[in-house]
Design a protein around this ligand. Sequence first.
Ligand code: AFP
Length: 326
Amino acid sequence: MQFEQTFINFLLHHQEKYNRSYHFLVLMDAVISAAKHIQHYYLTGALKGNWGLTGDVNVQGEEVMRMDQISHEIVIHYLKTSERVIHTVSEEAEDIIPLASDNGRYFFYFDPLDGSSNVSHGLPVGFLFGIAKRNLEGPEDGHLRAGRDYIAAGMFVIPTGTFTLALREAGTWRFHIDETMNYVKPLRMTLPEKTKSWELSFNESNRHTFSEDIQKWITENENKYAFRYLGALAGDFHRLLSNGGMFMYPAIINHPNPKKNRPLGKLRLMYEASVVAFMCREAGGDAVDETGTPILDLEPAKHHQRTALYVGSKPLIEDITRILRK
Ligand code: AFP
C-alpha cells in the first residue's frame, strides 16, 4: 500500500515550522470542506439539474447559474462556522458580507465557481480565493487588501480534484484528491525556465479588440509557443503553473461596437487577478496590469474592481511590461 501526506498534515507542519497560530488551520479546514461540497454538487449536477440557470440576473447583469448560487452558499456556511473571518467578498454577492466582525482574524475574497461558460458542459471550473490577515498591532480599519498583503491564495479546479495553494514566502503547492476525498501529496510548483513547454493563453476571438501594441506583440510571438485556452481562469492557470508561458486578458479598447469595450479588462482584481498573481509570484513568475503595474501592488478601490491581467513566466512578463509602459 502507498500512503501520501495529507493537506492538513502538510499545513500543520508548516504552521509549526514557522511558529504560526492554529487559526489559519481552522480557516483552511473550512475552505477544504467547502471545496469538497462544491465538488460533490458539480459531479452530480447533470443528474440533479444543478448545471442550469436560476432565472435570476446578478449585479453584474449576468444570468445566475444554480451552481454559482449553491457554491456561494456552501462557502459562506463554512466561513461562518470557522468563526475566523471578519468579512468576505464573494463574486456572487453585491455587498461585502460581514461575518465574525469582532473576533475574526482574516479577510477572505473569493469566487466560488469561476468559468460559468463551462458549467453546462461539466468541464473544469474554479473556486478561487485570497486571504489577508487583520492588523494585529493596532486598530483594524477593514480596508480592502492589495494582493501583496495576502498571506495565502489558492484555487480548486473542479471537478478535476486538484488544489493549489500558495503561502506567503513559502511557495506554491499542488495537491490531488484521493479515494477518501482527502487532498494529498504536496508538490512544490516552480515555473519551468525552459521555453520548450511554454504556452500562450488568451481569448483569440478578442484579439483585434486589444491595443495595437499588444496585437503586434502577439503577431511577433505567437509562432514561438503553443496556444491553449479553456475559458476558465483556474484551468488555464493550472496549465501555466506546470508548463510556463503567459495567460493574458488584456484591456478591450478596439471593439467594433465601442459599447463593448472593457478598458479595465474583464477579470476581477481581488478574487481572480490577485489570486493567480500571488500564486504565480510564489512559483517564480510575475503579473502586471495594462499599465505594466504589478497586479500585487494594485490597491482595490472597490471590491468588484476589474483589471486587465498578464500573468506567467518572468521573461514574458518583463517583455510585455516594456510594451505596456511605452
Ligand atoms: P465567466 O464565469 O463569466 O465565464 O468568466 C470566467 C472568467 O472570469 C475567467 O475564468 C476566464 O479566464 C475568463 O473569464 C474568460 O472570459 P472569456 O469568455 O471572455 O474568454
